[in-house]
Write a protein that binds this ligand. Sequence first.
Ligand code: SF4
Ligand code: SF4
Length: 134
Amino acid sequence: MSFKPLTPSDLFQCKNCGQCCKGYGGTFVTPEDIQAISDYIRTDPERFVSDYCQKSGRKPVLTQNPDGYCIFWDKACTIHPVKPRMCKAWPFIKPVLKDIKNWEVMSQFCPGIRTDVQVNLIKKIVEKEILQST
Ligand code: SF4
Ligand code: SF4
């Protein structure tokens, strides 16, 4: 009998519900994100920051509309190909390695996350995904 190794898509498949695009203290954008999104929406980085970002401390985060959703959410992410690193990384993020219980917590609002998988396998895949993205 042979077993197929688990892949990231066995652990997570986005359902496009938009829950992670609402609230939660905002989405940070790196200088690379700012450049990529500015190019995508055809503006310049300075204008992008003043028109689409607000500050969290000294760092820019994407503006949230009064309903709490990210300014780029419109039934789906409207900048999907260039969405910020933080959005691309989800749910393979460092807090899961720090405390695996965070996977379960995250799954409570993210319906794309599977929890019926052995904890050591979840950790292994999260670790690999983080390594590949750095
Ligand atoms: S909460 Fe999860 S399933 Fe919903 S849009 Fe975000 S990543 Fe996708
Ligand atoms: S950039 Fe896209 S994926 Fe990220 S929070 Fe905004 S709408 Fe959601």
